[in-house]
Write a protein that binds this ligand. Structure first.
Ligand SMILES: [Zn+2]
Length: 338
């Protein structure tokens, strides 16, 4: 009678019962890695303020500054040297009002920034956030009704004007982020009516009402003065609704899609990837996700480089083609240095 030893199965197995074989050396691991992370997959958000030679650190986002337009050519050169090919612009205007008028001013802060970037670095992909919350004195994403509610259809006209003004200034991609129903269709219609067919729409198709936007609100100075954004942003408990939002945006003419935030919503990234495989998908690694890693690293609780690269790889593995992230510059430098 032969006795069975627990290792017999491994000893005699001809097949892949020893997965560690392919993890033995760095070269083997590189060879079989399923998910790549490249600087060209990353989009660096930038916060632009009026003025000259401004570089003002955002305290809740260490390493992130608000910058004036004249500083942007330096940023563009640094990003190009690191292989990052795209930026996403947010503007902080000199003055805010109830209708967010500076958002579509020809010489508004973002419009000037687009021209500065395109003059310095024509090949850089310039994306712009299209929303009203940084421009309104009440901090909401649209025009308000008498009850303080965000008016949907009236807001669409303003969003269309904002997008056209960005496109006329030279933006390659406009990214509406307000979760206003019909925003993609309104913007596509206005761009096309103005002959701006070349400009693409990256829709924040699935944007949740998230606590992880906290630090961003300091950076973009766009916190609502009352209430919250739960009447237009999605409820964190909903995933099927995300697919409906995406389907509508595709129908309205979105060229690419975004899920925001990323880390708490990787299941949503995955299901959008699977259901709508034909469109490029971005995920936004938001300010709170950034701040958590930075704070833990500053305390010596995490290895920042390893944590950032793991986070970004995880977002890519879930199905995002592009990752919008405040870590873009650092991550690109780490990726370049191997
Ligand atoms: Zn907004």
């Amino acid at each position: 009678m032969t006795s069975f030893h627990p290792l017999d199965a491994l000893r005699t197995a001809p097949g892949p019962k020893r997965p560690r074989r392919l993890r033995r050396t760095a070269a083997l691991r590189d060879l079989v890695r399923e998910t790549s992370l490249d600087p060209a997959d990353l989009v660096q958000p930038l916060f632009v303020v009026p003025g000259d030679s401004v570089r003002k650190p955002v305290s809740s986002m260490p390493g992130v500054d608000q910058v004036s337009s004249d500083e942007l050519p330096v940023e563009a050169r640094e990003l190009a040297a690191l292989g990052v090919k795209a930026v996403l612009l947010f503007g902080i205007p000199s003055a805010k009002d109830a209708s967010g008028a500076e958002a579509h001013a020809e010489d508004g802060v973002v419009q000037n920034a687009i021209r500065a970037l395109k003059d310095a670095s024509p090949e850089l992909v310039v994306m712009t956030d299209v929303c009203m919350c940084e421009y309104t004195d009440h901090g909401h994403c649209g025009l308000l009704g008498d009850e303080g509610d965000v008016l949907n259809d009236e807001t669409l006209e303003v969003l269309a004007r904002i997008a056209v003004s960005h496109a006329e200034a030279g933006a390659d991609v406009v990214a509406p982020s307000g979760m206003i129903d019909g925003m993609v269709g309104a913007i596509r219609g206005a761009l096309d009516a103005d002959g701006l067919h070349r400009v693409a729409i990256l829709s924040y198709a699935v944007k949740y009402a998230s606590a992880f936007y906290g630090p961003f609100r300091e950076a973009a100075e766009g916190a609502p003065s009352f209430g919250d954004r739960r009447s237009h942003q999605m409820d964190p408990g909903n995933a099927r609704e995300a697919l409906r939002e995406v389907a509508l945006d595709i129908e309205e003419g979105a060229d690419a899609l975004m899920v925001k935030p990323a880390l708490g919503y990787l299941d949503v990234v995955r299901s959008v990837r699977e259901r709508f495989a034909e469109l490029p998908l971005a995920a936004y690694n938001v300010s709170g996700e950034y701040a958590m890693v930075k704070a833990a690293a500053a305390n010596g609780w995490l290895d920042e480089r390893a944590a950032v690269l793991e986070v970004l790889t995880g977002i890519r593995r879930a199905g995002a083609d592009l990752v919008v992230t405040y870590h873009a510059k650092d991550a690109a430098a780490w990726l370049q240095s191997g």
